[in-house]
Design a protein around this ligand. Sequence first.
Ligand SMILES: Cc1cn([C@H]2C[C@H](O)[C@@H](COP(=O)(O)OP(=O)(O)O[C@H]3O[C@@H](C)C(=O)[C@@H](O)[C@H]3O)O2)c(=O)[nH]c1=O
Length: 183
Amino acid sequence: MKQLPTPLAGVVVVETQAFQDSRGGFARWFCEDELAQAVGARRIVQINHSLTHSVGAVRGLHYQRPPHAETKLVRCLRGRVWDVVLDLRTDSPTFLQWHAEELSADNARMLVIPEGCAHGFQVLEAASELLYLHTAAYCPEAEAGVSPTDPAVQIAWPLPIGDLSARDSQHPALPPDFRGIAL
Ligand SMILES: Cc1cn([C@H]2C[C@H](O)[C@@H](COP(=O)(O)OP(=O)(O)O[C@H]3O[C@@H](C)C(=O)[C@@H](O)[C@H]3O)O2)c(=O)[nH]c1=O
């Protein structure tokens, strides 16, 4: 597993080399030892999957507040998405900056999203599927979101925003005095 840094601290792209033979392929998708720096002593406690039908659809931006903050490892199983991480960590040198990576079934890249960062994506290919590994259980009371069109963040979505859930269209803009998430 090759880990590539991104401009955001702790946000890492993981590349996996699949073994190929006449039968097909084989790849390691998670390795506690190899990902020790990114994931630390946290344990994967939940695995989620999503299917999004239409090109342009956006999900996010989502995170869980402490004490339910979580690290997420995200990969695309089918199709292609533009995956975004927004740094909301109070003490981060890249506070309020975002970074995007294309994740696809073909590039088999996985993005490590640390606690205190919000996550979202836009679908570039119809019927895209994502797989999430989570280090904290889902806690609806701790769920929080940032508007994908928040003017203070200015995410440069590659396509006009299409399908968006009612919840995601109602996330409030970050207040001007937003101090971030203290972990
Ligand atoms: C996230 C989540 C949702 N749900 C429920 C709540 C709701 O009824 C239904 C759909 O939830 P949502 O609309 O929040 O699904 P979705 O918008 O796809 O939420 C996901 O968005 C991306 C960007 C992420 O980063 C994920 O962690 C997750 O927050 O599933 C669970 O039961 N467990 C979970 O872990």
